[in-house]
Design a protein around this ligand. Structure first.
Ligand code: SF4
Length: 328
């Protein structure tokens, strides 16, 4: 049985914010916002398919900032499935300043298990420049409260925002780690048509990250979270929706995570090899394709550096661990 969540799209119509990067219409595609009947039929369809064993995820908007009656309507439609054990829980995403004790009590009552906050940056200046309308402290306070109420905490961060730097993104990751979330999502910035970032970009005031810069930075971020035992459940914007249509500039690649993980292995090997020669590289069997890289990119690059490498599997090694032997 696959462990797949049921995703139900909730548009955040009338969101009072205008974050510099946001064009909800483009990010979410032309999906209609869900009704209570949609929630019911989405769960029933998934249950009938017999391949569902997970949570119901309300995604797309700031769930706790939408109209309260509408939010309760959606939760009420989901609750019976949770009570009967047909779904293991509900996950939602929202803004850090749309969390308080009252809302957490409501979410608990309806079977919400995981709450993801769009932190985006932990630098107040970056948050201000990108018109997020909340501070880093709002993220800290909301995260603490979510933990106190015993929800699973997820935090989302972005790289390459207006006014941000690599150093800033690494600082954001360190601050996020201090909040001890169970999961993290990392989104390199994509400049979409109709956004403030697009205007800044066209006026020559904002330069998005290149894909190579984002791959290098996200490799460092991924390792940081890995060492802190925090799962990165998403790296890069999902393909689909209208992103391709609205794309102006920035980092958007359908296999972005693969690129990043390939880079991690390449950097690990290059940091260990000093002398030209032939080597055996050992990695966990599940990691071989990442180590080899897309189209054997890493093997080719190592060869260009005069390191002739053959790859072998070793089950005793963990993720992002390698062993190297001279190939005699
Ligand atoms: S990203 Fe910003 S503008 Fe877009 S829906 Fe969320 S809070 Fe509103």
């Amino acid at each position: 049985m696959t462990h797949k969540n049921i995703a139900v799209f909730v548009a955040h119509e009338g969101c009072p914010n205008e974050c510099s990067f946001c064009n909800q219409h483009i990010i979410s595609g032309k999906q209609e916002t869900a009704s209570a009947a949609d929630v019911q039929s989405a769960v029933e369809t998934a249950l009938k398919s017999g391949c569902f064993d997970g949570q119901l995820a309300f995604f797309g908007g700031s769930f706790t900032a939408i109209d309260r009656f509408y939010m309760l309507e959606l939760l009420t439609a989901a609750k019976p499935f949770y009570e009967k054990g047909q779904i293991s829980g509900i996950r939602i995403s929202t803004r850090p300043d749309a969390i308080d004790e009252k809302i957490l009590k409501i979410l608990k009552e309806y079977g919400v298990k995981a709450i993801e906050l769009g932190a985006q940056s932990m630098d107040d200046n970056v948050l201000f420049l990108n018109k997020r309308g909340h501070t880093a402290d709002d993220v800290r306070v909301a995260s603490k409260l979510i933990k106190e109420y015993d929800f699973e905490l997820g935090l989302q961060m972005m790289t390459g925002l207006f006014g941000d730097t690599d150093k800033g993104a690494l600082f954001t990751a360190d601050e996020i780690i201090k909040l001890n979330p169970e999961t993290v999502r990392i989104y390199p910035t994509v400049v979409l048509e109709g956004t403030e970032l697009c205007r800044l970009y066209r006026a020559g005031k904002y330069q998005p990250q290149t894909i190579d810069d984002a791959v290098l930075l996200c490799g460092k971020l991924l390792l940081k979270f890995h060492k802190a035992n925090i799962k990165v459940i998403r790296l890069g914007l999902h393909s689909g929706g209208n992103v391709e249509e609205g794309f102006v500039a920035g980092v958007y690649h359908p296999a972005f995570r693969e690129l990043v993980e390939g880079q991690i292995y390449l950097d690990l090997i290059l940091s260990r090899l000093k002398e030209k020669g032939e080597y055996k590289i050992f990695v966990n069997p599940k990691e071989i394709s990442k180590m080899v890289g897309q189209n054997r990119k890493n093997i080719v690059q190592l060869k260009d550096n005069n390191y002739i490498c053959k790859v072998f599997s070793d089950k005793s090694l963990g993720k992002y661990e390698i062993n190297i032997e001279v190939d005699e």
